[in-house]
Design a protein around this ligand. Structure first.
Ligand code: DI6
Ligand code: FE
Length: 443
């Protein structure tokens, strides 16, 4: 079926590369080291813990047991039991290992394309003008409603495959191009299916309050009633989303409407995220922070009060340089304020057809450095440690530490900054998801 068509892009490798088969020996003192499925040696590690730059361990090693990291450290400090019990030993050929990449803000599931709108914008129309004239998000809503399940899955799977080829092991996917009960639920089901059929963790988010659908023209409060009273209860009952998001903007929804969405989400025990301060300052960041949001995203127009509120509530700032670039924005998010108040900064593709038609998270590293002046280390933290935080998953993924999920990537680079330095190249050599080698590019 459909799935097979995509497998050639993601090689499921079940045999070790450059490895020596080892027979497990029955030595061991520490029970945690009794079952070591694989041991990676001849590698350097960017653990992305906060101990030193990149959490670096040069000449390191990493051992996997089942789906978890069993041991990590310097090559010459590997416990005897880890080495002797290792079933497979992989030679990393002096590559660098980072945590599996986390794309914490995407709209990956949708129908159609908006290339025509791109042409219109190049002729002078603005993103807001197109949206106000019924194009923009609404045109993707029409194409998404029209697409049947199989075609929606197939179009979205192609985009997902591009992310996976660059080492993404966790991806958040929002609804928000259905804006009716059936299509919103369908989008979330397709997102779930993607996670079931591909070696990636999908975190689904309900974004019913993304735009006003045409059938509610002039009745945005009634539409918010519909989102809160009819769609969200279904989303929660069918466990189709982990978080709820909204577009708080002059072309989206007001802070009051957004707050109603948050209150309902809280009642259903769903986490909160917000598209805030992308095009203007409606103090969405502070509103999100008051509701203990996991993240506030975009933030070009965020104020000092907003940033301070985020710091107080532990809300992550998700920056989306692809949208900034593609809409030719000029107002840069307040990076210095985020640094001063120690708000964790995450980075993401915002992959969507209207404002960020990209499926390259590595490209976002470079854009964040060149456009926003993040350091390469901050950028890499944004798609690992802080990306995990923006999804509430920092206890299991985002850094390389004993006991965390064995999600990691081996890169053909000579230092970690190279990941942010290159534009449009992909130095991925191997990707490992929950201990399984899922993609290998041997040169
Ligand atoms: N902000 C964005 O960047 C995307 N949604 C949002 O609220 C853009 C969505 C689109 O133009 O299709
Ligand atoms: Fe977005």
């Amino acid at each position: 079926m459909l799935l097979e068509a995509f497998w050639p892009m993601i090689l499921l490798a079940n045999c070790p590369v450059n490895s020596k088969q080892r027979i497990a020996m029955n030595s061991t003192q520490n029970p945690a080291y009794e079952k070591i499925d694989s041991l990676w040696i001849n590698v350097h590690l960017s653990t992305m813990t906060q101990s030193g730059p990149y959490g670096m361990i040069e000449n390191g090693a990493l051992a996997v047991s089942g789906q978890k990291i069993a041991w990590i450290g310097k090559r010459h400090e590997i416990p005897r039991a880890v080495e002797s019990n290792a079933v497979e030993i992989y030679d990393g050929d002096s590559g660098w290992i980072t945590p599996g990449l986390i794309d914490c803000h995407t709209h990956l599931v949708y129908g159609g394309s908006r290339a025509r709108e791109f042409e219109l914008r190049l002729q002078g129309a603005t993103y807001e003008e197109i949206a106000r004239q019924g194009g923009g998000i609404r045109s993707t809503v029409a194409a998404t409603r029209e697409a049947d399940d199989e075609s929606l899955f197939k179009q979205s799977a192609l985009r997902l495959a591009s992310l996976l080829q660059e080492g993404v092991t966790t991806v958040e996917i929002k609804s928000g191009y259905g804006l009716d009960l059936e299509t919103e639920l369908r989008m979330l089901r397709v997102a779930r299916q993607l996670g079931e059929r591909y070696p990636v963790t999908v975190v689904p988010t309900f974004l019913g309050a993304h735009a006003l659908p045409p059938e509610y023209e002039g009745q945005s409060d009634r539409y918010i009633d519909f989102v809160c009273n009819e769609v969200m209860p279904q989303v929660a009952a069918q466990q189709l989303a982990i978080a709820v998001d909204a577009f708080c903007e002059s072309i989206g929804f007001t802070p009051e409407q957004t707050e109603r969405v948050f209150k309902t989400a809280k009642n259903f025990g769903l986490a909160i995220k917000l598209h805030a301060e992308q095009l203007s300052d409606l103090q969405g960041a502070a509103l999100a922070a008051r509701y203990g949001a996991l993240s506030a995203d975009h933030l070009e127009y965020a104020s000092e009060e907003g940033v301070k509120a985020m710091a107080d509530s532990g809300t992550v700032a998700v920056l989306l340089p692809g949208a900034f670039y593609f809409l030719r924005e000029t107002r840069v998010p307040p990076i210095d304020l985020l640094r001063r108040y120690e708000v964790p900064i995450a980075l993401s593709t915002d992959s969507n057809p209207g404002s960020s038609p990209t499926e390259s998270l590595l490209l976002m590293l470079n854009m964040a450095c060149t456009l926003f002046r993040l350091t390469p280390e901050e950028a890499l933290a944004g798609i690992t440690r802080n990306g995990a935080k923006a999804l509430g998953l920092h206890n299991t993924i985002g850094t390389l530490e004993q006991g965390k999920d064995a999600d990691f990537v081996i890169w053909n680079i000579s230092e970690p900054a190279e990941l942010a330095y290159r534009i449009g190249s992909n130095p991925l050599r191997h990707a490992i998801k929950k201990g399984k080698l899922i993609r290998t590019l041997d040169t």
